[in-house]
Design a protein around this ligand. Sequence first.
Ligand SMILES: Cc1cc2nc3c(=O)[nH]c(=O)nc-3n(C[C@H](O)[C@H](O)[C@H](O)COP(=O)(O)O)c2cc1C
Length: 170
Amino acid sequence: MSKLVIVAHPSLKDSLINRIWLAELANHPDALEIHSLYEKYPDLNFDVAAEQALLSKYDEIVFQFPLHWFNVPFALKKYLDEVFTYGWAFGPGGDKMKGKKIRFAVSTGGTKDTYESRITLDDLLKPMSVTFHYCGCEVLPSHVFYGASTQPAEDAVVSNAREYANQILG
Ligand SMILES: Cc1cc2nc3c(=O)[nH]c(=O)nc-3n(C[C@H](O)[C@H](O)[C@H](O)COP(=O)(O)O)c2cc1C
């Protein structure tokens, strides 16, 4: 069963981590469908019915994004607000996300030490985890690249991208 990767990066052409991650994932077109929100919807006017139909096709979904102000990029928050509707994702009859496996793939500017010494990335992602638990999903361990702002060597990012692909392909 193939898996869906929803990408929320506002400027992939300027990206290092998410761009290399996607280049690695592109080696597995039969196993992964990549859905880049900003490329599909440059003005972020989501086609809610089409997005719900897409989500419904997959049992496992990865949300891939850079951390922005200790949160998800606003496109992803807008996506949840608009696509995860009452009667679809929650409320009466709202069981369409129930039983799906969800994973987050997150890049951060800050180093791992930063996130271990104070608030952790899992702490910051708690609202996302709670949202998906509320919709009846199982949340799998996140894949992370820490320290994008420390000018990481491309080799390190490529190796992290391979770990990411292996993790989601199981
Ligand atoms: C608007 C904005 C806000 C950011 N906020 C954070 C933040 O709160 N914490 C953090 O560690 N990095 C932050 N960053 C750094 C990004 O997370 C980092 O540049 C990105 O994950 C690198 O991935 P990329 O090479 O694919 O763009 C921010 C970057 C931008 C543009």
